[in-house]
Write a protein that binds this ligand. Sequence first.
Ligand code: CP
Length: 317
Amino acid sequence: MTNMLFGKNLVSIDDISLQNLNLIFTRTEEMKKLVKEKGGDSRLKGKILAALFFEPSTRTFSSFISAMQRLGGGIIPLNGMTNTSIEKGESFEHTVKVFSTYADCLVIRHPQVGLPKKSCLYSTVPVINAGDGIGEHPSQAIYDTYTIFKHFPHKKELIVSLVGDLKNGRTVHSLAKLLAKTNRKIHFNFISPKILKMPEEIKRNVALYHHKIDETDKLSEKVGMSDVLYVTRVQKERFTKLIEYEMVKSYYQVDSQILKNAKKELIIMHPLPIAAGEINTELDTDPRSIYLTSQLQNGLYVRMALLDLILRKESNG
Ligand code: CP
């Protein structure tokens, strides 16, 4: 299969075709095998990744760093931009130009929607969006979709319940958009407090593919039918009034009680971090919970696949 991702930016799910997604999933399988058997190899020797994180991160930052190093590449790891010349007033444009001179790929997280996309205007190397404010988080959505499909390889129709802060949660924006364009039939349940509903733009995008969408604030009504319960954190950092955050931060608390009528095949996902008890810790070791196991592991394999495909023209592993 031709590698159409070589040299390309990944700033939005709009950049991913179904054909590209299949290519990424195939390469992800190879990466999983590679890590398990050998830990990695040196296919990206001589390439450098600059990780420019203007917002905090644990998983995205460290898994991209790990992915690059497992493939033999070098890194410029900036988890926070303190001690860079941004503190002296250097512009975003110049910062991107500088790092794209030193690196072969930029992974950028920024609090402002659209900044990773804007950086493509200044960068001479591919840019991967590692989360832009309340916008998108495409690499997360790719590994979430991979994880869901691995758990349900033969189920053509899936009921996916997205729960929590659907207004500000970039992971659910990208996940809804990506699942919608796959060849599975999805029944989406968008479950949120009324002030945190899924943006109209995302709903319109999903509706283009003729999937069923139900919207509610009542989690208990949707748990029993769900194949996937994808819970999200209420994004404190996006609120201008703390009092409004306090009112909704613990609106949903998924625990064994609310799961009493759940399907036994249900999978419980969360992009992490869990910050306000939206999933009770009693579920951390429940076999249905995969947020600390396969969902997390797949983040590494998918990011290895993405770096390999974006940085190497060869279509074979
Ligand atoms: N899921 C996710 O983006 O986690 P981090 O904020 O820790 O990168």
